[in-house]
Ligand binder design. Structure first.
Ligand code: NAD
Length: 479
């Protein structure tokens, strides 16, 4: 299989070959090389940022509605090519084609469509002050660096590019070194949709290239999707230049199932919240708290349904559960599973699996202090925990440094909202899980991050306010 792009980087409106270290792209299902790329050299990173800085003022000077039209055109092109793009996403990530066809580029198209449509509404405020008045202008930040994770590479690129570009920013995007292909397609599509050259650029590379972007003198904002340890480094580096940041980081989110929950829906949600994309989702509800009255029935039904999972070739439309993105990640997940067993938790189903595959894995008899309960595993591993009452579960659910997401299953309307109001999480669901429509702000609290993606709220994180006082009368001075 060959997925070799025209060149590794995309700078100033065209493909450019990287001059840094080699970057081999492998299809996670077979391990075969599907593209041989090169990282950007540090000079190329600086060049991409300079090109973006040069292109940005003219782009920002365009009428917002004209900028918006470019984004909505790009969304239409993505939809026309969804099949081909989804196949590439599957080759890059190993995720089943039945997922990538509906969840990856489609979500990216929705972001481009949403922010494109928002363009004409991006206004300031008029503030009456008696005779005088003031107004605000919402202005671009300048050059935004986007740095992505490997689980939703094209969606992440679109979620960052769409609000940044519609506000008149330019962007230099670095995809994860594991999944570098989708962002290059986005760059091509944006040019085809009418984006001026230099406004969206792609550089490839590992952490060093990300670090160089974060401290480049032309960069005004860094938006990272990644782990907490990387987030700490990027936030600290950005602080030195007083750069804005958005941090979409990891999680260990609670999914709380009360006795009165609809059993079948709760089990479905727990499956989606743990095993979709082979569990490689930041907002996953990996601590499933089960109230004592429903616990056994829930686990029986879960085990029954998980047995039917179809694992295999991700390009087969019937496949529901694909490989992990890389052998290194698969080994990390296996080590986490083994640590859970050694700590005394037992497996309801699943386990280490073989090669690139880790089957849906469910732990029972876990306790709050075990690593399988405390640490993000980023694989298909669910930890179930028993609980008795509401206060107890809220306390235990909040007993984590993370705060990305949370879910509650109950038929009791007041309890649902009461519990959600007490949970320390940025993105919450009642009687469903992991739905992230573009209309709804998405992001975390505590160590899970800063800022929000999606919705009009994202605009605030890609813009700054200018206040303008307008004097309408004479100016008095004391002498
Ligand atoms: P990672 O932190 O290892 O890498 C993320 C990105 O940061 C990569 O592109 C990497 O090259 C880059 N990077 C690494 N070191 C850097 C540095 N010093 N400076 C700048 N950039 C650097 O994360 P990952 O393994 O690719 O992704 C998995 C993590 O991402 C999980 O923790 C997951 O929860 C999180 N994630 C969060 C969200 C969200 O929206 N909150 C979404 C997806 C994934």
């Amino acid at each position: 299989m060959n997925a070799q792009p025209a060149a590794s980087l995309f700078i100033n409106g065209r493909p450019v070959e990287g001059e840094g270290d080699a970057l081999s792209v492998r299809y996670p299902f077979t391990g075969e090389e599907i593209a041989a790329l090169r990282e950007a050299s540090l000079e190329q990173v600086a060049l991409a940022c300079q090109v973006a800085a040069d292109a940005q003022p003219e782009w920002a000077a365009m009428a917002p509605v004209d900028r918006g039209r470019v984004l909505t055109r790009a969304a239409a092109i993505i939809r026309e090519r969804n099949e081909e793009l989804s196949r590439l996403e599957t080759l890059d990530t190993g995720k089943p084609i039945q997922e990538t066809l509906i969840a990856d580029w489609e979500s990216g198209a929705q972001a481009l469509e949403f922010f494109g449509g928002l363009a004409a509404t991006l206004t300031g405020q008029m503030i009456p002050l008696g005779q005088d008045w003031a107004y605000t202008r919402r202005e671009a930040l300048g050059v935004c660096a986007g740095i992505g994770a490997w689980n939703y590479p094209s969606q992440i690129a679109c979620w960052k590019a769409a609000p940044a570009l519609v506000m008149g920013n330019a962007m230099v995007f670095k995809p994860s070194e594991e999944t570098p292909l989708g962002a290059l397609k986005l760059a091509e599509i944006l040019i085809e949709a009418g984006l001026p050259a230099g406004v969206f650029n792609v550089v490839q590379g590992r952490g060093g290239v990300g670090a160089a972007l974060t401290t480049d003198a032309n960069v005004d904002k860094v938006s990272l999707t990644g782990s907490v340890p990387t987030g700490r480094k990027v936030y600290a580096a950005a602080a030195e230049g007083m750069r804005h940041v958005t941090m979409e980081l990891g999680g260990k989110s609670p999914l709380i199932v009360f006795d009165d929950a609809n059993l079948e829906n709760a089990v479905s949600a727990a499956i989606n919240a743990n095993f979709y994309s082979s569990g490689q989702i930041c907002s996953n509800g990996t601590r499933v708290f089960l109230q004592e009255g429903i616990r056994e029935r829930f686990l029986d039904r879960l085990a029954e349904r998980v047995r039917n999972v179809r694992m295999g070739d991700p390009l087969d439309p019937e496949t529901q559960h694909g490989p992990i993105v890389s052998p290194i990640q698969a080994d990390k997940i296996r080590a986490a599973i083994q640590a859970g067993q050694e700590a005394g938790a037992s497996l309801l189903c699943g386990g280490g699996g073989e090669g690139a595959f880790i089957p849906p894995t469910v732990f029972v008899d876990a306790t709050d202090d075990m690593s399988i309960t405390r640490d993000e595993i980023f694989g298909p591993v669910m930890t179930t925990l028993a609980f008795y009452d509401e206060d107890e579960v809220v306390r235990r659910a909040n007993d984590t440094g993370f705060g990305l997401a949370a879910g509650v299953f109950t038929q009791d309307l007041t309890r649902a909202h009461r519990v959600i109001s007490r949970l320390q999480a940025g993105t919450c669901w009642i009687n469903t899980y992991n739905l992230t429509p573009v209309e709804m702000p998405f992001g975390g609290v505590k160590m899970s991050g800063l800022g929000r993606e999606n919705s009009a709220a994202a605009i605030e994180h890609y813009s700054q306010l200018k206040s303008v006082y307008v004097g309408m009368g004479d100016v008095e001075a004391p002498y």
